[in-house]
Design a protein around this ligand. Structure first.
Ligand code: RP5
Length: 163
């Protein structure tokens, strides 16, 4: 089995169900991933060591997901120079608290923030980043896009009865 290239970190076990579509999409795109629950607030030292180990093990893109005062993705971006994608989660207040916490990063410490609950797009964004240096993955991303376009297409022919 290939070594993981994407690491998905969330702040609490309670976040895991919201990440299932991210895991499914990574699988569908043939991307090996790993996931951990590490709270930036409760376990800052664990987070620091995990990121160093994950980088050394070959993780190329990190995804951080958290709700409420969601500092996890930002702290991850402060500890690694690899791309960090943030997923704001609705932990009971609608999610705008997490969205602003994740998106409003200071210059030089970017977190590429997807929509509230945008777990599937986090997987797509990770795929597009890694596809820049992985032609086989670029081909799978291109196939996904073509399939998606085909599924979205609707043609209505007013001359054809029943259409
Ligand atoms: C955040 O607080 C977590 O990411 C979670 O979304 C929220 C609630 O955490 P728990 O109280 O369920 O651990 O840090």
């Amino acid at each position: 089995m290939a070594a993981p290239t994407v690491a998905v970190v969330c702040g609490s076990r309670s976040d895991l169900p919201a990440l299932q579509s991210c895991f499914d999409q990574l699988d569908a795109l043939g991307i090996a991933w790993e996931s951990s629950v590490i709270s930036a607030h409760r376990q800052p030292d664990v987070l620091r060591s995990y990121l160093a180990e994950a980088e050394a093990a070959g993780i190329q893109v990190f995804i951080g997901a958290a709700g409420m005062a969601a500092h996890l993705p930002g702290v991850m971006a402060s500890l690694t120079a690899r791309p960090v994608i943030g997923i704001p989660l609705d932990a009971g207040s609608g999610g705008t608290d997490a969205l602003l916490s994740i998106a409003q990063m200071p210059p030089g410490v970017p977190v590429a923030t997807v929509a509230i609950g945008g777990a599937r797009n986090a997987a797509h964004l990770a795929a597009r980043i890694m596809a820049l240096s992985d032609p086989a993955l670029a081909e799978r991303v291109a196939r996904f896009r073509a399939d998606q376009a085909e599924r979205a297409e609707v043609r209505i022919d007013p001359r054809s009865p029943g259409s």
